[in-house]
Each structure stands twice: as C-alpha cells, then as structure tokens.
Design a protein around this ligand. Structure first.
Ligand code: GDP
Length: 311
C-alpha cells in the first residue's frame, strides 16, 4: 500500500512509528513541516523533520519527544560559557545532523536531497520529504510583536498571548519534489495528530498542497490532536483560538475542510460525531492518546482500517 502522511513533530512521531510497525512493507512517505525551522548558532535546524527521522530510525528520545536518545549537552554548556544563547537545546550528537545539513545546504543541495541522504545514513526506510525546499517560517504575533516559532515555543515556553500566526514565505514556496505526487498517488493520506496551526498549517499554506488533497483519489484520514476541549500536549489550543477555531475535534475538522474524509477522535468525544457529520466528516472513535508502543500500533491500525474504498 502507498501511504502518505502529513506530519509535525512529537505527536506525529508516535503515529508514524505505529504506522511503520503496523505495515512494515508498505511505502511510507512523510511530508514534514519546515515552518519551525530555525538558524541556531549559524546552523540550519529542522526540528520537525528531525523528530520524524529520529523516531523512524528508532533513535528518538521518547521521554522528551525530541532529540536523540542517550544525548548529552556538553557543547550547549560550553556555548553558554562563551556567552552564546542557550535557550534552544541542541544535543551533542544532534549537532552532527545540523552540521551535516548546514554544510550540504551551503554547497547548494536542496533540503529534500539533504533529508534523503540523512535518512539513508540513519537507516530510515520511509521517505521523509520537507513540504518545500524554499523557506517558509511560522511567526507568532504577541502583544510585544512578532516572534519566530521557536522564540515563541522554546524560549517563551508558549506562555505568551498569541494574537495571530503567519507563514512567511509560503506564497512563494513550491512543494518539494515528490510532495504532490505522494499525495496524488497515495492509497491513504494520513494527517498525523499534530498542531493544526503550526505543524499542519504551514504545510497547507504551500500553494498546491491543499489542492492536491482536495483532488486526491485516496480518502484522507486525520487523527485529532485535541481530546475534549484541550490539546493532548502543547499550545495547540491557544493557537487554534487565535485562528478563530474552536478547541475541539470539530475545530480540527474545520481546519481541514474541505478535503478531510475521516477524523479519528477520542472515544470520550462521542458527542461530537453528529457535528462532524454536518461538516461532511466521518468520525471514527478510538483510543487516540498514545502512551506506549502498543497504543501507537493499535491507533495506526484504526487509521488504516478506517479508510473507505478508493474513489
Ligand atoms: P510539535 O511540532 O513537536 O508540536 O509536534 P506535533 O504538532 O506533531 O505534535 C503536537 C500535537 O500533537 C499537539 O497538538 C498534541 O495535542 C498532539 N499529540 C501529542 N501526543 C498525542 C497523542 O498521543 N495522541 C494524540 N491524538 N495527539 C497527540
């Protein structure tokens, strides 16, 4: 089966691990968010792509949800001694990824080629495509002005009020090679349980991607990152509110209309099924909080089993 997933970072990583374990022989293509890429100490850091890559390589620190397992932070300490900014935590071995990527980008390789090489080196069987090779940067407007996504999320720990969100550069960006084909040729498109505003939103803002989803012959299945009236983790609730979306499975469905076919929601959200039907979205009830590997695989099976026949 040809499977294509749209992914952010921590929430996506869990479902992707489940999908890869549930259907190891299937062709999995991941379209990853680069809206929260950042330059740290002169290095190009792609947090969401790397979270996905490390997860699929079996190297993700699952307790933290980001970075490499068994990581140390000696370089970060030393950079602090030199007076550098240390609010963005770069681990010692993780630095090798950023050094390698930054050098390759400076030599003129596109990000998609760099990711293919890195994934090959780490033994990742899936294709991990950036949504675009061109820069798109998510920015958050607060009462004190605009912040880059990482300034908002890591430096300010998402504790500042969000007034608006923008995807700078998106209108000029083109989908990376293979992205539109992966959507058009997929038998199932999975939208991972990721932040609808700052993980999936930037992907959809790249011209052509939402149209490809609308035209896809596959049924598009999303997993809600919201249970009841709150995100499973992180600031998705505040960001959805800032975008005028209700913080609920219905708000998630509204963000993904008109191309969403099925939304997998938590069993406790059974009261939302009728509202989702009114939006033209079929609801599937499941245990959607992935607290261990078995739950990741079980949810992946629900997602794959919920697809309707190819249109
Ligand atoms: P980020 O870029 O690291 O924030 O990663 P994502 O956007 O992929 O993941 C964050 C989102 O995933 C948040 O909105 C969470 O509510 C959601 N999330 C995290 N863990 C789970 C889970 O186990 N199940 C579900 N359904 N959502 C999750």
């Amino acid at each position: 089966m040809r499977l294509t997933a749209i992914a952010g970072g921590t929430g996506a990583a869990k479902l992707l691990r489940g999908l890869a374990a549930a259907r190891p022989r299937d062709t999995l293509t991941v379209i990853g968010n680069t809206g929260d890429d950042a330059e740290i100490w002169g290095l190009h850091v792609s947090p969401d792509l790397d979270t996905v890559m490390y997860a699929l390589a079996g190297r993700l620190d699952t307790a933290r949800g980001w970075g490499l397992t068994g990581e140390t932070f000696r370089c970060l300490e030393a950079m602090g001694d030199l007076g550098a900014q240390t609010w963005f935590n770069l681990g010692d071995r993780d630095l090798a990824t950023h050094l390698h990527r930054t050098r390759a980008l400076r030599e003129g390789l596109p990000l998609s080629a760099v990711m293919a090489e890195l994934c090959g080196r780490l033994g990742v069987a899936a294709r991990v495509l950036p949504m675009s090779d061109e820069p798109v940067r998510t920015r958050v407007r607060t009462p004190d002005g605009w912040l880059s996504f990482q300034e908002y999320f890591v430096r300010e720990k998402a504790q500042v009020q969000v007034l608006d969100v923008e995807y700078a550069g998106a209108s000029q960006a083109r989908p990376a090679p293979g992205v539109l084909e992966a959507i058009c040729e997929a038998e199932v498109v999975v939208v991972c349980p990721s932040n609808p505003v700052t993980s999936v939103g930037p992907v959809l803002a790249v011209p052509g991607i939402a149209d490809a989803l609308t035209g896809a012959r596959a049924r598009v299945v999303a997993v809600s990152p919201i249970v009841g009236g709150a995100a499973v983790s992180g600031p998705a609730g505040a960001l959805m509110r800032a975008r005028g979306l209700s913080v609920s499975a219905v708000g998630v469905a509204a963000a993904y209309a008109p191309w969403l076919g099925t939304l997998v929601i938590d069993r406790s959200d059974t009261g939302r099924v009728a509202e989702l039907a009114r939006l033209g979205v079929e609801a599937v009830l499941a245990d959607i909080v992935m607290t261990d590997r078995d739950r990741e695989i079980a949810l992946a099976r629900v997602v794959l089993g919920s697809r309707s026949p190819v249109k």
